[in-house]
Design a protein around this ligand. Structure first.
Ligand code: GNR
Ligand code: NI
Length: 139
């Protein structure tokens, strides 16, 4: 999964995106920094989220070229097991918080386009990137 994420120039990847039906996500928000190792989150659960939400321009390797604003809680606290099977918790904000929530959505079959509030912008962006009329109509 890390290889796939790095070769696709992604900063996160969820197992279902590569046909693996497991609760596993990998994240590396700073791929150019060797001192910041990638995160592996197994069976992640959200312990808490902040009341404050903030907008962030999101993209997804499963919907190439499409970038749209999504509002999500600013801070998220997650429990998970790392690649060694050790229980961990992590409190994230900013980009990491966004990516954790984006990846955890994938584990539940939710894509960021499902969370886009501006439906007009969504339709326009999907048409622009040649997604099928059926995919657009389902919006
Ligand atoms: O590479 C990715 N970048 C990104 C940018 C903003 C918000 C979320 C992401 S995740 C995405 C990789 C991906 O699709 N993971 O599921
Ligand atoms: Ni994605």
């Amino acid at each position: 999964m890390l290889q796939t994420m790095y070769s696709a120039d992604g900063i996160g990847l969820a197992a279902p995106q590569v046909g693996v039906h497991k609760q596993v996500i990998v994240i590396d928000c700073e791929p150019d920094k060797p001192e910041a190792p990638p995160l592996v989150l197994i069976n992640p659960t959200i312990k808490s989220t902040s009341g404050e939400v903030s907008p962030f321009q999101e993209g997804c390797l499963s919907i190439p070229g499409v970038y749209l604003e999504v509002k999500r809680p600013e801070v998220v606290e997650v429990s998970y097991r790392d690649e060694y099977g050790r229980p961990q918790t992590l409190k994230a904000k900013e980009l990491l918080s966004t990516v954790i929530q984006h990846e955890m959505d994938h584990l539940n079959g939710v894509l960021f386009v499902d969370r886009v509030e501006n439906k007009l912008a969504l339709t326009e962006e999907l048409v622009k990137h040649k997604f099928s009329p059926k995919a657009v109509k389902a919006v």
